[in-house]
Design a protein around this ligand. Sequence first.
Ligand SMILES: *[C@@H]1O[C@H](CO)[C@@H](O)[C@H](O)[C@H]1NC(C)=O
Ligand SMILES: *[C@@H]1O[C@H](CO)[C@@H](O)[C@H](O)[C@H]1NC(C)=O
Ligand SMILES: *[C@@H]1O[C@H](CO)[C@@H](O)[C@H](O)[C@H]1NC(C)=O
Ligand SMILES: *[C@@H]1O[C@H](CO)[C@@H](O)[C@H](O)[C@H]1NC(C)=O
Ligand SMILES: *[C@@H]1O[C@H](CO)[C@@H](O)[C@H](O)[C@H]1NC(C)=O
Length: 270
Amino acid sequence: MKISIENVSFLLVLASLLSTLKISSAIDTINTTQILRDGESLVSSGGVFALGFFSPGNTTNRYVGIWYNNIPGISVVWVANREIPLTSISGILKIIEPGILVLQNDTNNIIWSSKMTRVAQSPIVQLLDSGNLVLREANDDDPENFLWQSFDYLSDTFLPSMNFGWNYATGIESYLSSWKSNEDPAPEDFTLHLDPTGYPRLLIKRGNFTIYRMGNWNGVRFSGETDVRGKRSLYGLVIMNKNKTYYREDIVDRSAKSRITLSQNAVWQR
Ligand SMILES: *[C@@H]1O[C@H](CO)[C@@H](O)[C@H](O)[C@H]1NC(C)=O
Ligand SMILES: *[C@@H]1O[C@H](CO)[C@@H](O)[C@H](O)[C@H]1NC(C)=O
Ligand SMILES: *[C@@H]1O[C@H](CO)[C@@H](O)[C@H](O)[C@H]1NC(C)=O
Ligand SMILES: *[C@@H]1O[C@H](CO)[C@@H](O)[C@H](O)[C@H]1NC(C)=O
Ligand SMILES: *[C@@H]1O[C@H](CO)[C@@H](O)[C@H](O)[C@H]1NC(C)=O
């Protein structure tokens, strides 16, 4: 088992390299009367992330995913229908009563949906500049009141402002699971978790078995990791209280971009 942690600054991409931000008529929300079709996309208000349909590698399977809008090539950070691909370009994403985001195939079967938490009056789905896809009441953008958010259901990528770990109130654990292959985003056996017992540390599991424990949190960073605080573009912190135990990173230098992924051979990399 080899752990490869790249120097943070090495992989931070500066927005200055991307001096020309695309300004378009792109929308960042859909409401109950709108439909997102294959070929269309949502773009977050600051143009940072896009959501749309894509085919990984050489497959023709279609998935709904989120990727960086201004980085050439598709770097997918989240996938909705990881396990059930669409087999044609006739998929549609829409909100149905009483407030569920669904992906339908060409025979109108729901092949993926968000989890329902409560009945919504006037739900909309919005792609935020953090990369979080949220379902919320149109008139309520308080994160505490989101009906559902993609940041609770991670794929293989951890982004700044995600809560990685445990929310005891909702019972949701956010953890990473690697893709099966470059052409199949279905979750593989390998998962990366925050172990909340004692001093938080990271666990890599294969199925139900822990195969690697590492990186005890020393109050500043996980041991063995490059000091992200020293770089001044990113702050990492562990929050522990009776409702939650999680790790979070916040971007200080707004031009910096960072992601941590769990690879198919159980290596986590920044
Ligand atoms: C959804 O948005 C469209 C375009 O802005 C608007 O015409 C329509 O009335 C909205 N529907 C609802 C239910 O708010
Ligand atoms: C796609 O096909 C090309 C040519 O056969 C191959 O070189 C490449 O590795 C394939 N890509 C993936 C992601 O498998
Ligand atoms: C749509 O999904 C349903 C349920 O998964 C499946 O039985 C059906 O074959 C799919 N239709 C197409 C055209 O893929
Ligand atoms: C893993 O643990 C879960 C929950 O205890 C159990 O339902 C499942 O069968 C286990 N899977 C395997 C492969 O042992
Ligand atoms: C835990 O959650 C309860 C109920 O939402 C809240 O009243 C309390 O302030 C929370 N405690 C902490 C430490 O956040």
